[in-house]
Design a protein around this ligand. Structure first.
Ligand code: GAR
Length: 203
């Protein structure tokens, strides 16, 4: 079974969805370690409550931080990485070491509304539908090959909190689904842009 690392920065509900799915036997990969750039993140305590090993890596210097992460990932024999509400931008060093093996969850239908506060961006723009996206991480921010997406409606009178909560449960769904596809070797990046999803086991 493949194993993966989860990177977090905050409350960690996406991470928790993965840990819960693993506990319930619904995840076909093993969460080997949670890495947080903040020691006091709510997600750190949550990971502990699931018995997941946690490492805190301060991110003052990105190069040093990524060097430390690479050591941890090697020690734990990690096959791939999931960014689950991780708010630091990775450099080509870590991205290159795990090419097409880093997944990110984003709370909008990329390429619309990249970066931070994607739900507020959607409300300010006035779109009727937004959603969430899982994608592979490349050197461009939120610009990598798309894996899965879900469409979520925006309602009149929505606040950022209401819309974020509506999107979040779909984030959890597609993140679990994407990890399972990754674990089963079902994702192929064809040309650096398009992802083919293989539903049969490949030779
Ligand atoms: C999630 O909505 C995630 O999509 C978003 O941060 C939130 C983290 O929540 N990520 C980004 O905006 C990345 N650009 P969580 O800590 O409860 O999973």
């Amino acid at each position: 079974m493949k194993s993966f690392a989860i990177f977090i920065s905050g409350r960690g509900t996406n991470m928790e969805a993965l840990l819960k799915a693993h506990r319930d036997g619904a995840l076909h990969a093993r969460p080997a370690v949670v890495i947080s750039n903040k020691s006091d993140a709510r997600g750190v305590a949550v990971a502990g409550s699931y018995g997941a090993p946690v490492e805190t890596v301060p991110w003052k210097n990105a190069d040093a931080a990524e060097g430390r992460c690479i050591e941890i990932l090697k020690d734990r024999g990690v096959d791939f990485i999931v960014l689950a509400g991780f708010m630091k931008i990775l450099t080509p060093r870590l991205i290159g070491a795990f090419r097409h093996r880093i997944l990110n969850i984003h709370p909008a239908l990329l390429p619309a509304f990249p970066g931070t506060h994607a739900q507020k961006q959607a409300l300010d723009y006035g779109v009727r539908y937004t959603g969430c996206t899982t994608h592979f991480v490349t050197e461009g921010v939120d610009a990598g090959p798309v894996i899965l997406q879900r469409v979520v409606p925006v309602y009149d009178g929505d606040t950022e909190e209401l819309l974020s909560a509506r999107i979040l449960r779909f984030e959890h769904e597609i993140l679990i689904e994407s990890v399972n596809l990754m674990a089963a070797d079902c994702l192929e990046v064809l040309d650096g842009r398009n992802v083919r999803i293989h539903h049969e086991v490949r030779a």
